[in-house]
Design a protein around this ligand. Sequence first.
Ligand code: MSP
Length: 543
Amino acid sequence: MPAQTDNTRYITTPIFYVNDRPHIGHLYTSALCDVWARYERLSGRDTFFLSGTDEHGVKVEKAALARGITPKALADENSAEFRKALAEFRITNDHFIRTTDLEHEKQVQAFVATLLQRGDIYLGEFEGWYDEGQEEYHTETKAKELNYISPISKKPLTRAKENNFYFRLSKFQKPLEEFFAVNPKFVQPDARRNEVLGRLREGLQDVPISRTNFTWGIPMPNDPKHVIYVWIDALFNYITALGLGEPPHNPGREARQRYWPATYHIIGKEILWFHAVIWPAILMALELPLPRCIYAHSFWISEGQKMSKSLGNFIDLEAINRYVQTYGLDAWRWYLITQGPLGATDANFAAQQFHDVYHSDLVNTVGNCASRVTAMIGKYFDGIVPATSDQPGSGPATSVASGIAGFDLPGAAKLAVAQTTEAMELFDLSTATASAIGLLRKVDAFINATEPFKVAKDPNRKDELATILYQCAESVRIASLLLEPILCVKMPELWTALGVSGPTTETPLAKLAAWGGLKPGTKVQKVALYPRVEKPPTAGGSI
Ligand code: MSP
């Protein structure tokens, strides 16, 4: 398998169950990946972003039965919903995998056949505590801790016995411990890593990876009475989408193999064990490289409580669309990314907070800054970016060239680019965003301190006015480049107004964000990016 070059990046969302419809949880995970993927692409990296749907298993079979349709028909319907939602929210996944894709099924069978041959999958009898809703077995210790009740569905766990194929997970206890010891950043955030290590210390038991009590799944290659457990089937999506299990020299698909191993598997905290322990063990058994990082975010709750359809606080597609219609897609993406549960604690979705964040960040900072600067260039320089004395070839430097009123905007812009870039690499999206918008807050403070509207009244200070406004406009341009992965609707509009272009493969972010990219003489138009929304949300929280 080709080694990952430094320039390739691969990010994945979990694949979504088709027995549900898209909601904030799915769109949050997807938005996180999207922002990162967009940023990596702008930075000139060869990026592959995968999302998709998880379509097998007893839950889908039962949901289909209840509707009187086939599982495949249900999967087709709901998978299409997810695909449509991703497109509407401008999620830029490069591929959308379905676990019912023939290419996926064939490769899963090939991987399982290899594991059977190597003796890492064997036939045996299993007995344990089963959570039917989650399709997951718990150990005696864990079941006791849970009081024999499912933490998710609140239904009793059942004692179940099955003749199953097992994956020899116990064999990987030591290799996993060693791997965790030398890769301290493998699971992020740290609190989540500690949870995994704690459970790992309890010892690993072999896990059943096939089922015989239903048929909606991929048949075991050696015994079609058994279907492959949905979680095993699902985890493989990350490598089947790249064609890693395909016969060599499959034209067209081979190229994708270069993206493995994944840079980030982004997931929610409740599915961490599968990703942090079972998946690496399978990869070890197959002698494939392990992903570089499993990042597990926390959960959205809503208006202070767990989201629930009966409480009426569930943020489903209909609720989300009301926000998007009222505030715009940028506002939705901004709120998710800046206020979401990226760390180890849950985040509360609140309508009033949404309203406030929109106004303070997008209306009063990004929008206001862009409109002030473009309006002043319009008023004082006929809408033409002025030449300043500190630009190379534009004459001797004057006292106002840099360090005006104690501000160093070129330095601040450089720092913002460096901080945003570093934070993005670490998937610290909140620091990345704060650095980018921080630059615009500095521009605002700079305008307040230098008062260009007063400077404009003195014809002898035209040079000073030019420098002030050039520095403002150039900082706005640089900040907009850093913000575009989130504010993907309005930042390109701003670029048009500033007469500049966005990053391309030839001019990636680092080059484009260097100071001086905005050329004097460029025609600038006044912009109004984010309108105020007068009607605040109702007290009940919905809009
Ligand atoms: N099909 C599995 C994943 C298999 S990956 C090999 C699955 N699907 S899911 O549709 O139930 O969940 C998808 C993602 O949505 C998970 O990462 C989950 O954490 C996330 N969310 C579901 N509800 C959520 C919130 N309320 N808040 C944030 N994210 C949550 O699990």
